[in-house]
Write a protein that binds this ligand. Structure first.
Ligand code: NAI
Ligand SMILES: O=C(O)C1=N[C@H](C(=O)O)C[C@H](O)C1
Length: 265
């Protein structure tokens, strides 16, 4: 039987790609979408969706989850909405697969507890691209040899959160492998505020936003006489879809929350 899926944010850059991936995957069935407008319409009534995507669009999450039987809920929206959606999905025991970035540590912890209580699988993945997950794993490996590191993430200029979820997750994984270290000269001063980037446990994260970019990250390690750069580039949003697909399959057999694809790949 097909896995029944609800998608939040279907008109967005990622949401559109996910809707089409689900529609074109034999094992999956799109049952409804959640938007912040277009209540009562069919997805096929909206521009950019073909006629056979005649699933209902809801703006009220409780109504959506009560009326539509679903196995999995995919969220690609904005952090405040995604947090509320994830809680509602867990309360309805519909397994969330969350790509939206920008969750706080407290929110992650609260959702982890809720997933446990409801014995419902949940995956929160700051990056669904397999290459990006490998980049993060390689960075964690390198960090035990090279404690000095800076992260440069580059995204399209429509991105709302900075640093990216991927950069934060990368920094967290590096933090697990290295002893805390405040990098740079102890007396360094910023003559333009922010010039040294964001400070995460002493390592710096730099966020670049430009039209023309999609999603890119470099992790640069340095030690005496050498540097090591680990780089990943997503050229388009198709790069994320194999990861979304894998999460939908895997979350069906889970009963707890996993944060980051590196835990299941
Ligand atoms: N995990 C991953 O691999 C990836 C994650 N992302 C993340 O996914 C999220 C979405 O990214 P994009 O598609 O580029 O953004 P976008 O701005 O193109 O799309 C977001 C969509 O969410 C909708 N939305 C806003 N509030 C809503 C609500 N309350 N209910 C339902 N829909 C609502 C908007 O109308 C919009 O269509 C971001 O947080 C981004 O960081 C993006 C790419 C890959
Ligand atoms: O907003 C994006 O585009 C992306 N967001 C995710 C993030 O914040 O890391 C994943 C990817 O980098 C694309």
């Amino acid at each position: 039987m097909a896995i029944k899926i609800i998608v939040a944010g279907p008109r967005g850059r990622m949401g559109k790609e996910a809707v089409h991936m689900i529609h074109n995957t034999e094992d999956f069935a799109l049952t409804a979408c959640l938007d912040h407008k277009n209540e009562g319409m069919k997805l096929s009534d909206l521009e950019a969706f073909q006629d056979d995507l005649n699933v209902p669009v809801y703006t009220d999450i409780e109504k959506c989850f009560s009326e539509q039987q679903a196995d999995v809920f995919v969220d690609l929206t904005v952090p405040e909405a995604a947090y509320k959606h994830t809680k509602a999905a867990l309360n309805h025991q519909i397994r969330p697969v969350i790509g939206t970035t920008g969750y706080t540590e407290e929110q992650l912890e609260e959702l982890k507890q809720l997933a446990k209580e409801k014995q419902t699988g949940c995956i929160i993945a700051p990056n669904f691209a397999v290459g990006a997950v490998l980049m993060m794993k390689f960075a964690k490996m390198a960090a035990s040899y090279f404690p000095d590191v800076e992260i440069i993430e580059k995204h399209h200029d429509q991105k709302l959160d900075a640093p990216s979820g991927t950069a934060k997750k990368t920094a967290e994984l590096i933090q697990e492998a290295r002893s805390p270290k405040k990098q740079g000269h102890p007396d360094e001063e910023e003559t333009i505020p922010g010039a040294r980037g964001g400070d995460f446990d002493g390592m710096r994260i730099h966020s670049m936003r430009l039209p023309g970019l999609v999603a890119h990250q470099e992790i640069v390690f340095g030690s005496a006489g050498q540097t090591l750069t680990i780089q990943h580039d997503s050229m388009n949003r198709a790069s994320f879809m194999d990861g979304v697909k894998e999460c939908v399959y895997q979350v069906m057999d889970m009963d707890e929350l996993i944060y980051g694809l590196e835990n299941i790949l």
